[in-house]
Ligand binder design. Structure first.
Ligand SMILES: [Mg+2]
Ligand SMILES: [Zn+2]
Length: 183
């Protein structure tokens, strides 16, 4: 079993620009590329887990999602970073596109995508982390041994099942500090 870092995409790897799907709108968060590189060097699988309700809302298609994600993975590969896999939820209850208008088991805070990744990639939850800019990205940390890190303002929301880091450098320092017991 291998340790992984589960990564939210929008607002964590790249700047969140509301239902973004075009390559030309893509912009990395400050320190994200260096951070991802450091985590991969430290032996973690990098796994993207992302809600993409823009698909259910009819703003873009699953194919558009794949085009942007393939571009991102290729761009990171050119920078020496390998994304092991990406998992996405296209659903939203009540949304416009009928096919995706369901109460699914994969839209975060539900943990279906994480459980699938753990199974398919043989990930060890107890040595893994989840990083995201919303609390819903960290639900997996309540029910498994995955350690949670919220990328955000330290003065804001706080719960006992995650730590808060204000930037990517703090995230890397915390994970490489290797204290898996701080939750
Ligand atoms: Mg986000
Ligand atoms: Zn879903």
């Amino acid at each position: 079993m291998t340790p992984a870092v589960f990564l939210d995409r929008d607002g964590t790897i790249n700047v969140d620009k509301d239902y973004m799907y075009r390559v030309e709108d893509f912009e990395y968060m400050e320190g994200a590329v260096e951070g991802l590189k450091a985590l991969e060097r430290a032996g973690f699988l990098l796994v993207v887990v992302t809600n993409q309700s823009g698909i259910a809302r009819g703003f873009f298609t699953e194919n558009d999602y794949h085009v942007l994600m393939d571009w991102m993975k290729k761009d990171l590969a050119e920078k020496g970073i390998h994304i092991a896999a990406d998992y996405y939820c296209p659903h939203l209850p009540g949304a416009k596109v009928k096919k995706y208008n369901i109460e699914c088991e994969c839209r975060k805070p539900k943990t279906g995508l994480y459980m699938r990744a753990i199974r398919e990639l043989d990930i060890d939850p107890d040595r893994s982390y989840a990083v995201g800019d919303k609390i819903r990205d960290l639900e997996i940390c309540r029910t498994t041994g995955v350690t949670g890190i919220l990328l955000g303002d330290k003065n804001k929301e706080r719960e006992d099942y995650f730590s808060i880091c204000e930037n990517w450098k703090e995230i890397v320092d915390l994970i490489k500090g290797g204290d898996h017991a701080f939750t």
